[in-house]
Design a binder for this molecule. Sequence first.
Ligand code: CAP
Ligand code: MG
Length: 414
Amino acid sequence: MTGITYEDFLDLGYEPSDSDLVCEFHVEPAADMDMEAAASRVASESSNGTWAELHVEEFVDLSATACAIDGSRVTVAYPAELFDPGNMPQVLSCIAGNIMGMKAVDRIRLLDCTWPAGLARSFPGPQFGSAVRQEVFDAGDRPILATVPKPKVGLPTDEHVRVGREAWLGGIDLLKDDENLTDQSFNPFDDRLTESLAARDEAEEETGEMKSYLVNITDETSAMLERVDRAAEEGCEYVMVDVVTTGWGAVQTVRDACENHGIAIHAHRAMHAAFDRIEDHGVSMRVVAQVARLCGVDQIHTGTADLGKLANEDTVGINEWLYSDLHGLNDVLPVASGGLHPGLVPELVSRVGTNVCIQAGGGIHGHPGGTHDGAKALRQATDATVAGVPLDEYASDHPELAVAMGKWGTETPR
Ligand code: CAP
Ligand code: MG
């Protein structure tokens, strides 16, 4: 007969094995709880324990171990057998499940994970990752550029397509749907897909450059699978998914379908800030990005290194992790988006480099000359930055950029 208590989940002498998943938590114990007691409860409730002492005849011991405490930072090692290989919802139900609501802690945040080879390789990872820059666009060493027609929703299909054409002809690589544009009656999915791709083909013809479209397929899973097939039938290289709101199980199903068609996945992270914005609670964007990579997205929004309109968490650190080796899985292309405009490109590239996708919506369609000029201005700012030419010098013989600089300068919008 084995008794299991919270204390059994604390061992500060334990060295994690190579097959353990190791998680770092920020923990603030409740007033009546010391850190060791809180740490043992984190390990217990996120693996196989509970509040009452259990008396068990026979069981597979899948207990996690709180194995280090450094100030408010608690390290927990999870045995690989606890997890269902290739099942991300199950993994998250362990490491980011009930513990987020325990009274034993006032605050708890899953900061980071070190993924062991066995568990990591049970996931497909990205099909292409940052190689899309070469494989889809032949963009050389410059960032690829994307734009979302604005206003976000409400444009009828023909207007959406007109904006797309203007942007592609102005030098943008990717037309992108907004996160809340799916299959509404004012701009139905199928019409938007076929008509946008027809305009794309014309723009490729006219510019001699490869172009593509981030068509938003977000919906319940079976509808998303139908839309992956439609995108493939129509010759689209990408689909876009709101990965947080659809859920990781659905993302995994879409990833499998995209493998069959050789289609890349652009991940929008709408709703991420609901659990990563407050720095001492929730799940960090770093972990969200890790989960997205394992599940197999090729591109994901990671912020603008604090240059744009939205609060960011460590864009540079997250991007470095997305590029880093992960047991042979492909990397992920970071997407910088949110309040960007041509004047911010040099500083952005100095912070995040060129192996990124830069998205500007308002920063293109808000240009005084309209979408086409806005697109040209962003492309000019990018070409100048990659060539190492200061923007004001480049603007002297690139009027679209000069107008954008005149309007927005190098300010961060609020
Ligand atoms: C940007 C955007 C993106 C955000 C997402 C928007 O538009 O289309 O959804 O960038 O945030 O709706 O706000 P603008 P993040 O270019 O007009 O700002 O990239 O941080 O996930
Ligand atoms: Mg958006």
